[in-house]
Design a binder for this molecule. Structure first.
Ligand code: COA
Length: 355
């Protein structure tokens, strides 16, 4: 075909559509609706930022109150949903999150309600999955804020005074323009499928080790690193085997991931002598020296969640419970100005032949 356009594999640097939601920006800062994400993490609540991402403006007091009420009044699971998780006893919480979310009941046509249902219930599904599969103690969500409630479900009660650190991480995880899971969601949305189906596609994509799944592998290697020599040996060995080191590299941030730096400084404030934090910095320094690759947000996110007493099984669910608000905004943006996403392929199979 004469009008074919060839683009690099993986669509690296290919602008496939426009978005007004977020940008990784020419300045290297991640912006949400124009505001620096790190400033929002410093000064705003998770719900403020979620509202900004989904509705395009920061809420006033009444809007924020109504948004919280809507979210919190839907923070409940019905018995059928719990029964399914009791039967499945699925140990991979993210797999459960993807499957159970796809079963959420909703009224046809009301997109907003479908999203609120998912956004409010995901933290409960994550906590209940862990209860069903591992016998984790099941707690009621406590507190006045979304992240505080989520913290009470999954983190160590002794670390309660640090719940805002989880909130900051969740704000930074919330949105990242055309990342793989959001793009998957937009492909699904472009067929005009419903939000629950589109979010299921996004969750399936987030789960992969090159996307959200990276943070679960970080802790296991950090626990083996006690000093600079260990860090060097670890990096050298992985690179010699041409293996990727999880928590490093990024398709967009080639010099610095602003989210990683923010979470690192948060850790320095609250956990500067934590052995995994020290190990993470050692690997970060050597990786940069050796390969010029910066740490991505998942390296320090894994350390932060570990410090907060959030078990590794929850790492990816925390990402999903945050990113769903970004997916919500992208779903709306896609369907409001829709064009079916259906690229073409260069055929490399056999020539046409007789059977
Ligand atoms: N460890 C070791 N080497 C890495 C690496 C990592 N984590 N990430 C990238 N590289 C190397 C590649 O091997 C390649 O080296 P080469 O040029 O010598 O062949 C070079 O850096 C470019 O990497 P590439 O995979 O082509 O970049 P990409 O933009 O396609 O990939 C990621 C981006 C995120 C998929 C990739 O960096 C990665 O797999 N990271 C680990 C998973 C992870 O942490 N994901 C979370 C992202 S927030």
């Amino acid at each position: 075909m004469s009008d074919e356009i060839k683009v690099p594999r993986g669509l690296a640097n290919v602008v496939v559509d426009s978005t007004a939601i977020a940008t990784t920006g020419s300045t290297g800062n991640l912006l949400y609706r124009g505001y620096r994400a790190v400033d929002l993490a410093d000064r705003k609540s998770f719900e403020d930022v979620a509202y900004l991402i989904v509705y395009g403006k920061l809420p006033d007091e009444a809007e924020l109150k109504a948004f919280r009420n809507k979210l919190f009044s839907n923070m409940v699971l019905d018995d059928d949903t719990k029964r399914i998780m009791d039967i499945l006893k699925e140990k991979d919480i993210m797999r459960n999150l993807r499957s159970i979310t796809s079963l959420i009941k909703y009224r046809n046509g009301d997109f907003n309600e479908m999203f609120i249902q998912m956004e409010a219930k995901l933290p409960l599904i994550a906590a209940y999955s862990a209860h069903a599969a591992y016998g984790e103690h099941l707690r009621e969500p406590e507190g006045e804020y979304f992240a505080e409630k989520f913290f009470s479900l999954i983190a160590s009660p002794e670390k309660k005074k640090y719940w805002k650190s989880l909130e900051k991480l969740m704000i930074l995880y919330m949105e990242h323009e055309f990342n793989a899971s959001t793009f998957a969601l937009r492909v699904a949305a472009s067929t005009l499928t419903d939000p629950v189906s589109a979010v299921t596609a996004a969750m399936a994509t987030l789960k992969g080790p090159l996307h959200g799944g990276a943070n679960s592998e970080v802790l296991s290697y950090l626990s083996g690193i006690k000093n600079e020599e260990d860090a060097r040996n670890f990096v050298e060995e992985k690179l010699a085997k041409k293996e990727k080191i999880m928590g490093f590299g990024h398709r967009v941030y080639k010099k610095k991931d602003p989210r990683a730096q923010y979470v690192k400084e948060e850790l320095r404030k609250i956990a500067h002598d934590d052995p995994k934090f020290i190990a993470a910095e050692l690997v970060e320094n050597y990786m940069f020296e050796k390969k010029g690759l910066p740490a991505n947000v998942d390296l320090f996110a894994a350390v932060l969640m570990d410090f907060l007493g959030i078990k590794e099984i929850y790492n990816l669910p925390v990402f999903a419970c945050s990113r769903i608000f970004g997916w919500n905004a992208h779903y709306i943006e896609q369907v409001e100005n829709n064009k079916l996403i259906r690229p073409a392929a260069e055929y490399t199979g056999p020539e046409e032949r007789d059977l």
